[in-house]
Design a protein around this ligand. Structure first.
Ligand SMILES: Nc1ncnc2c1ncn2[C@@H]1O[C@H](COP(=O)(O)OP(=O)(O)OP(=O)(O)O)[C@@H](O)[C@H]1O
Length: 578
């Protein structure tokens, strides 16, 4: 019914104490309202005119107004707590996404990650502000009314007391049914979010394959599924409202019959009978209100549970194991991988198996292998973006993985598809070196061959690029990625994943001269399909099916009559077709 973790939120206690006091006051006012409306009605029944009952009527009216005012005040008492808590939850969630990293987003799905941080937070807000008020009403108001009714006539109070658990039991049964339906609805919603994002991302591919319409139907089917799941939750919710209304009305009718009989027998005066009859619906009202809104808060409850589970994920506290002795990677530093393996979640076979390699100082290391041989996976492991099993040592110091703060601070990475942030070209270029001046930026823009494109930009370096703004081609994005690296001379470890894959061979050859200085005074690991780069490498690692099958200098590998020579022939073929 209620996630106990709510009580641990900052500011929960004072907000709940305020709510409790206001609810208690409201319960007393409900009793006063019931009492004085009964006095007024009894007087009228006795034949007094309205003008003769001004005091009970006045008290009734004041109590009525106060009751409504308190309803509003209770919501206000909780609003700052709900606002603050959801605001903090949202910040913590986004921080957690960045701390745990891409593996968490991959596990959740981008759609769910986004909807949880946006819509999920709104649902949690509704849940906090709705459910707590209703819960406190249910826990306080009936018992204050019941105590007063027991004072008036204990038999009626006893009947109301025993009927309450029956109603609660019904509520629990229907609540469970609603919960399982709501879980399904929540699942469908997350599926829809992920499916939608997936389709948007793959829209170009779908269009190219002529599958746009089919996928539109697919989205329609998934959203239909979600609609049906929502309707079946609503069905249960309506059924539960109907059942509760039926039982509470029946109970009040039973009370009315007994009170009527006592009135006829003359064993009970009219005033207490009227008061009991008027207060009985108020006794049941909080539980009815709670049940009516229960289904509406279930998505909020599920979102809160998901958010809390994510926030409870262990903070990576082993990222500070490696303490780099100098501010940056030096000529004498070493990195050793021994028997390192990695398997993607849900994959049948490992993407990397028994990887052992030694890297030292400012070395240029070429990584070659056919598509799917594990080059990108190895680069991601070296960058600390994936965590495998096996022994890793930096400068003879053993580390659990390479997601080490000091190591990553020294890294520059150029993936196959560099991500361009929705920001100005200046900020996108000065990504690793935010203090660099415009003249330096312009010199690098020239060097990476972006000058002609730059002239077409409406606002020069202030032009906003990235998603939702000026779009770039794959080749332009890769050149921006290269420029990022060239603008920063501090970071000394560079991981390049086919940085020229989107460029034709002629452009690549032109750019090569510009790129070569990147390799100086740095440890470079360069995955490539293009043969001509290998002459620039000090060491070459040859990968096949997730394993390193050969490694050595180019001349050593050429002399061996091994897999590298076979691969070279294939790479030459690719190059000729490029
Ligand atoms: N996110 C992922 N989830 C599951 N399996 C993956 C994932 N990424 C890659 N793989 C698998 O891991 C293996 C290695 O892939 P990887 O991308 O590292 O190869 P690669 O040599 O870089 O290929 P390419 O040259 O085409 O970029 C492949 O079998 C691939 O299918």
């Amino acid at each position: 019914m209620l996630d106990a973790r709510i009580f641990k939120f900052k500011g929960a206690k004072p907000a709940l104490i305020r709510l409790l006091l206001l609810t208690l006051l409201q319960a007393l006012i409900i009793v006063v309202q019931g009492r004085y409306s009964s006095i007024m009605l009894t007087d009228l029944w006795k034949g007094h005119s309205l003008s003769l009952v001004p005091i009970p009527m006045g008290i009734f009216l004041i109590a009525f107004v106060l009751r409504q005012v308190l309803t509003v005040a209770k919501n206000y008492a909780l609003a700052p707590f709900a606002d603050q808590t959801t605001g903090e939850l949202q910040q913590d969630l986004v921080k957690k996404y960045t701390e745990v990293g891409p593996s968490l987003i991959a596990k959740l799905g981008t759609g769910k990650a986004v909807s949880l941080a946006v819509e999920g937070i709104d649902q949690v807000h509704d849940y906090l502000s709705l459910v707590l008020v209703k819960l406190f009403d249910m826990s306080v108001i009936p018992w204050v009314i019941l105590a007063y009714l027991a004072y008036l006539r204990w038999e009626s109070a006893l009947f109301l007391f025993f009927i309450y658990p029956v109603i609660v039991l019904f509520m629990v049964i229907l609540g469970y049914a609603a919960q399982s339906k709501a879980d399904r609805e929540y699942d469908r919603f997350n599926r829809l979010s992920n499916h939608f994002i997936d389709t948007l991302r793959g829209l170009t591919t779908l269009k190219q394959l002529g599958l746009g319409k089919k996928y539109a139907h697919n989205i329609f089917d998934v959203s239909e599924d979600y609609r049906k799941a929502t309707l079946s939750t609503l069905k249960i919710a309506i059924l539960s409202t109907f059942a509760l209304d039926f039982f509470t009305t029946l109970s009040i009718a039973v009370i009315a019959v007994f009170l009527g009989m006592d009135l006829l027998n003359g064993t009970l005066p009219l005033l207490p009978a009227m008061t009991i009859l008027i207060l009985a619906p108020d006794y049941f009202l909080p539980i009815r209100n709670f049940a009516n809104d229960y289904h509406a808060t279930l998505n909020g409850k599920n979102s809160l549970a998901d958010i809390m589970d994510i926030l409870a994920l262990p903070e990576p506290d082993d990222q500070l194991v490696y303490q780099q002795k100098s501010p940056e990677w030096t000529q004498t530093d070493t990195l050793r991988l021994k028997n390192v393996s990695f398997t993607y979640p849900d994959a049948e076979k490992p993407a990397l198996q028994h990887i052992s390699l030694d890297l030292q100082g400012y070395q240029r290391v070429g990584l070659v292998g056919t598509s799917g041989s594990g080059k990108s996976t190895l680069l991601n492991l070296l960058g600390g973006f994936l965590i495998g099993q096996g022994a890793i040592e930096i400068n003879q110091q053993s580390v659990p993985h390479l997601a080490q703060h000091d190591w990553q601070q020294d890294l520059q990475v150029l993936p196959q598809e560099p991500y361009l942030f929705h920001d100005t070209l200046r900020h996108n270029l000065a990504f690793y070196a935010p203090t660099v001046n415009d003249d330096d930026i312009m010199a690098v823009v020239e060097q990476v061959g972006l000058a002609a494109w730059f002239k077409t930009l409406p606002a020069g370096l202030d032009t906003v690029i990235g998603e939702g703004a000026l779009q770039t081609s794959g080749g332009q994005a890769q050149r921006i990625g290269l420029a990022r690296i060239m603008l920063d001379r501090k970071r000394r470890v560079v991981l390049l994943d086919e940085p020229t894959a989107h460029l034709d061979i002629e452009t690549e050859m032109r750019l090569k001269e510009t790129m070569l200085p990147i390799f100086d005074q740095r440890l470079v690991v360069f995955a490539t399909h293009r043969l001509h780069w290998l002459a620039q490498m000090d060491w070459i690692i040859v990968m096949r099916d997730g394993m390193i099958v050969e490694q050595g200098t180019l001349s050593e590998l050429l002399q061996q009559d091994g897999y590298f020579n076979e691969l070279r022939a294939a790479m030459r073929g690719e190059e000729e077709h490029a």
